[in-house]
Structure formats: structure tokens, C-alpha cells
Design a binder for this molecule. Sequence first.
Ligand SMILES: [Zn+2]
Length: 261
Amino acid sequence: METLISAIIYAIVFLFGTAIGSFINCLVWREHNNMRVADGRSRCVHCGRQLRWYENIPIFSYLFLAGKCHTCHKKIPGYYLLTEFFTGVLFLFVFWLDLYYFHFSWRHLIGDLILLAFLVTIFVGDVLYRVIWPEVVWLGLVAGAAYNFFSHGASWRSMVLGFVIGGGFFLAQHLLSQGRWVGGGDVRLGAMMGVWLGWPVILVAIFAAYILGAIVAVPLLIFKKKNWSTAVPFGPFLAIATFWALNHGERVVNWYVGLLK
Ligand SMILES: [Zn+2]
């Protein structure tokens, strides 16, 4: 009985993730085409026909329609399926992590999932169109501030400092390299991370991202002789580090402060 209940809960979390993934696809598409986000029902990206409800079900519709529009028979972009599936998997993974490793609380889970939804949106937009849309990041920043304030009354000072340090760290590199190492999108993303994590946890996240990046990139650089700036995109490391720091950052800070005493 217990296994059945947990299987049902896991299935709900997965399906919820695929629904968010479906919304992210729609958001990315409308953002890319300069449409308003609240622009009525979903349409076929080719012929513009409004989709019926059964053509709008995450994953299932794509498979049921064999990846093609009913009317114009053109292919539905494959990333639609990928985003839906992987958002579902990520939601499941984060739920599982929170349950077994991060001392489960609804407060943590909700924060993790909101942040995850924004990071997936940023990731998909960046991979498909090489842009990090300011509107998405600013919205993520506001969501982070609201979440921190209402869920645990985080101090504004900590969030503003996080914003300045997170944004400033990447802004400095942006200016120093004249935009060659990091783009403007990364600067905004750094600021958003700073608001979510606050001061001083933002430092832990940046540090962790570089360690993680180095672990992956250094062997690539040595064995494949790749150029540092083209070898690996930094975004995924930032995303992973941000997640981890959201749950463990404070412990690391306390440990470090303990060392200094
Ligand atoms: Zn069509």
C-alpha cells in the first residue's frame, strides 16, 4: 500500500513537471517571437491553428500525434518533447533529493521548484536561441525576493548584498573581458542568483560552480586541447551550484565562520 501511494505521488510530481515544461516551451516560443505571454490558447507553430485540448497534453500529445500537426502535417519541434520530459525528470529528482537529503520541508521544495522552473526556461532559451531574456531573469529575481521574504522573512540587506555581489562578480568579468568571457545575460543571472541565495551564500554558490566547472573542464582542456572559453558553457554549473547552495550553503558558511573563530 505504501509503495503504491509513493508511486502515485512520484507520478503526480513527474506529470506536474511535464506540465511546467510544456508551459516553458510556450513561454520560450512566445518570447522568441515577441508575442505576449498571455496571448490566448496554444497554436501550431507552423500553420497557427489553435490546438485542441488533447493536442496540448505534455508528452502524450507529441507521441499521439507522432510529432506532427494534424492539419499542416509539419513537424512539431523535437525540443518540445525534450523540455517536457526533462522538466518532469528534474522535478522528480529535486523532490527525491529534498525528501532524502535536504530534510524535507514544503518551504524548501516550493522554493527549489520555482527556481528550477526559471533555470530551465533560461537554459532552453539560451540553448535554442543563444539569449538570456532580461524579462525572464527579472521575473525570476522578483519571484526569488518574494519567496525569500514570505517563506522565511529573509532580510532585504542580505538579498541586496547578494544582488550586488552576484551581479558585480560577473559584471567585473564582463567589463574586463569586454564581453568575451561572460555576456550581459550572465551578469543578470548572477544578480538573480544573488537575490535567491542572499549574502553570504552567493559566494558559496559561485565558488562551488567554479570547482564543479573545473572538475569537468580541466580534463577536457588537457585531453581535447579545447579553448577555455569555448570548452564548456558555464550556465549548467551555475544552475547546479545554485541549487546545492540553496539547501546547503548556510551550513558551509557556518562551518567557515567556525574555522575563523
Ligand atoms: Zn499546423
